[in-house]
Design a protein around this ligand. Structure first.
Ligand code: SAH
Ligand code: SF4
Length: 326
């Protein structure tokens, strides 16, 4: 294996289709250990709105899906959920939602940032609200939001435009540079196994993460949603997703790489395996059951107990892998 080769598209394609990928996995695991240690960060994710004006072909919340259950949390609900998550031990709150301009106008993200930071400035806030304007980003950053997550989804211009009618990947990438410019820790990422995606495109995805020098990268399998145009497509494979994760770790030794929720949809085992391919973060939903069911980007099993119990379960899973939950 030649690591320098991984800086090129051809080298990455060769690695992605290697008959024996195990040397890459071992290297990724070693780099993860050397650069990030054995800690696994557990992030609490609050999905504040299932209303979305976008129409991404793969997503259950797309505006054309008339069967989606729509909700918009109130200021009190979001703040209270964030506070409960912090009380349960979470040190990062991720505020995510569909692109919902009405929610954004209500100032709820701002209020939540203020309240969480007033209680404990050390708790990190991540926003994942889609493409915002420079002014909106600046305001959230000034109030103390630390990180921003917006996956590029696919780096291929044609595939991007097919999946996002009327949109271009250039704007998405420009948006990511803007996020960086505002001083956020910046997260991008992509889906693995999108219909029409080739290994060359995945290589481009990985090179884009490197070019952006992402602080975080969410890489997860595409999961078909029955109420979308991609309903009859195949889900992304676990093996290819693991390979992408490992290569991302080799290219970005210091990045935070989550095991995505979509991977958990494939299986619990899949999630565990991803931790040996370079991952060092896990996101866990903390909303009540009703909202969790409604926030269906892709179908998956939902088992809700309590914020505290679920956090303990995630900690146990991490400990069972010989890692340290944080
Ligand atoms: N609306 C915001 C954040 C919510 S969507 C945004 O789009 O940026 C969060 C992520 O869910 C997206 O970035 C996408 O990668 C992922 N997603 C949506 N539908 C999916 C599907 N069918 N399979 C896998 N991931 C999906
Ligand atoms: Fe909306 Fe995000 Fe789903 Fe696209 S991926 S439809 S922007 S929630």
């Amino acid at each position: 294996m030649n690591i320098d080769e991984l800086k090129t598209k051809e080298g990455l394609v060769k690695a992605l289709k290697a008959e024996d990928f195990s040397p890459y996995t071992s290297l990724a695991d070693k780099i993860r250990k050397d650069h990030k240690g054995d800690q696994v960060f557990i992030r609490a994710i609050i999905e504040y709105s299932s209303i979305c004006v976008q129409d991404c072909n793969y997503c259950g919340l797309r505006t054309s899906n008339a069967d989606a259950q729509r909700y918009r949390m109130t200021k009190e609900e979001v703040c209270r959920t964030a506070e409960k998550a912090v009380e349960a031990g979470y040190r990062t709150i991720v505020l995510q939602g569909g692109e919902d301009p009405v929610f954004l106008r209500q100032g709820i993200l701002e209020e939540t940032i203020k309240r969480v930071k007033a209680k404990d400035p050390e708790v990190a806030i991540t926003i994942s609200a889609g493409q915002l304007t420079e002014t909106e980003l600046k305001r959230l950053r000034e109030l103390g939001a630390d990180r921003y997550l917006m996956k590029h989804e696919t780096a291929d211009p044609n595939l991007y435009s097919q999946l996002h009618p009327g949109m271009g990947v250039g704007d998405r990438i420009e948006g990511l540079w803007q996020i960086k410019k505002q001083g956020f820790e910046t997260g991008s990422g992509f889906m693995v196994g999108l219909p029409g995606q080739t290994l060359e495109i995945i290589a481009q995805d990985l090179l884009l993460l490197k070019k952006l020098a992402c602080d975080m990268a969410g890489i997860g399998p595409f999961i078909p949603h029955p109420k979308t145009p991609l309903a009859n497509e195949k889900a992304g494979s676990l093996e290819l997703t693991k390979r992408c994760l490992a290569l991302a770790r080799i290219l970005l030794p210091d990045a935070n790489l989550p095991v995505t929720t979509a991977l958990g949809v494939l299986s619990q085992e899949a999630m565990k395996e991803a931790f040996s391919c370079g991952a060092n973060v896990i996101m866990h939903k903390v909303n009540d059951e009703e909202y969790r069911r409604a926030y269906e980007l892709y179908p998956g099993k939902i088992q809700v107990t309590s914020i505290e119990d679920e956090r303990r379960q995630v900690e146990d899973l991490i400990k069972s892998l010989g890692r340290i939950p944080v």
